[in-house]
Design a protein. Structure first.
Length: 343
């Protein structure tokens, strides 16, 4: 169970690269030699992972594939799926109340983190952390937490409505990289995607004029404001739904973005209806690697059916958020770091 098409969009999401078992096992073994803990010594971990490439431990077939992504038309193909990628085996279940702290205590191998760091190095897309998210960890978890289980964040137990990661943050990531760690197919939990260009194509010229006006408001994301962050972000700004950071940019959080004029209020439900009509669903299995080009698509977590509530509580995807270039973001870095955003 990998991809389920819900509508009839003009694009399809299919796996593009699959590691052979021999390639995966060899790279897992190489990544297992990295000794620096990525949650305590991120820079050292990143450096050690980079040495593996220099030593020839990375399959050349994979290196060549990653090189092709630089020329990818992200607007037309904003989601990438790879299969059978290196990841940790027999990972423990984390505490429902404190899953991040529990991970620090019981996770002793860092293969998935190493793969994410390696991919970022090969693709030249630096990973970033945020002071307000998991105390700045670069490697984050889509993993439920009791206190935030009803939130619209990566700690939610059930659905997360259509959104972009950190869409109204002053540093919005260009990519989201995800490795499936644990999921049970008895629970139909999908990550669903819609292309920006298909959304834009669905509206008339008059509607697009309204959607390009700064007549909408979206509060900051739950994890940045409810996760015990150390930096106060203030009030989010008014924004257009389409445009802003480019003519095809889409800034919308289903059930949270609101219009502030009568016309803007009236069009918001149509945006949500359009997303559900155009969506494609991907079931992320252990060993799946999914890339979302965050400025060209919008995504959601959909819980369609739950056959095992306990397994739903331990579903786990590990992720990073990445940028194409750190240069424009350097003013927002915590002094003395090259990856940690002060917010």
């Amino acid at each position: 169970m990998t991809v389920e098409a819900v509508a009839a969009p003009t694009w399809t999401i299919e796996p593009e690269f699959t590691f052979t078992d021999a390639e995966r096992e060899a790279l897992e073994a190489a990544l297992s030699t990295v000794t620096a803990n990525p949650y305590r010594l991120y820079e050292a971990h990143r450096f050690q992972v980079g040495q593996l490439r220099a030593e020839g431990a990375v399959p050349e077939r994979f290196v060549r594939y990653v090189e092709t992504l630089a020329a990818r038309d992200r607007a037309a193909e904003p989601v990438v799926v790879l299969k059978n990628v290196p990841h940790d085996r027999d990972v423990p279940v984390f505490d429902f109340d404190q899953p991040v702290r529990s991970k620090y205590e019981v996770k002793k191998t860092f293969v998935a983190e190493g793969f994410l760091a390696l991919f970022a190095l090969l693709a030249n897309t630096p990973a970033i952390g945020y002071v307000n998210v998991n105390d700045g960890d670069v490697f984050q978890d889509i993993y439920p937490q009791r206190r935030l289980q009803e939130s619209q964040s990566q700690k939610a137990l059930k659905q997360i409505h259509f959104h972009k990661d950190l869409a109204n943050h002053f540093v919005r990531p260009d990519q989201v990289y995800m490795v499936g760690m644990r999921s049970n197919p008895v629970n139909e939990v999908y990550t669903s995607f819609v292309r920006n260009i298909d959304v834009i194509e669905s509206f008339s010229a008059d509607e697009l004029e309204l959607l390009r006006a700064a007549e909408f408001y979206t509060p900051f994301d739950d994890l940045s404001t409810m996760g015990g962050g150390r930096v106060t972000l203030g009030e989010a700004d008014m924004h257009p739904i389409i445009g802003g950071r480019g003519p095809e940019d889409l800034r919308f959080f289903e059930n949270r973005t609101v219009g502030v004029t009568d016309a803007a209020k009236a069009i918001v439900p149509k945006v949500a209806e359009t997303l559900h009509r155009l969506k494609q669903r991907v079931f992320i299995e252990p060993g799946d690697f999914v890339i979302t080009y965050n400025n060209h698509t919008i995504h959601a977590k959909e819980v369609v059916e739950v056959g095992d509530p306990e397994a739903l509580q331990t579903r786990w995807i590990i992720k990073t958020v990445n940028v194409d270039d750190m240069t424009p973001h350097r003013p927002h870095l915590v002094p003395g770091t090259d990856h940690l955003i002060n917010g």
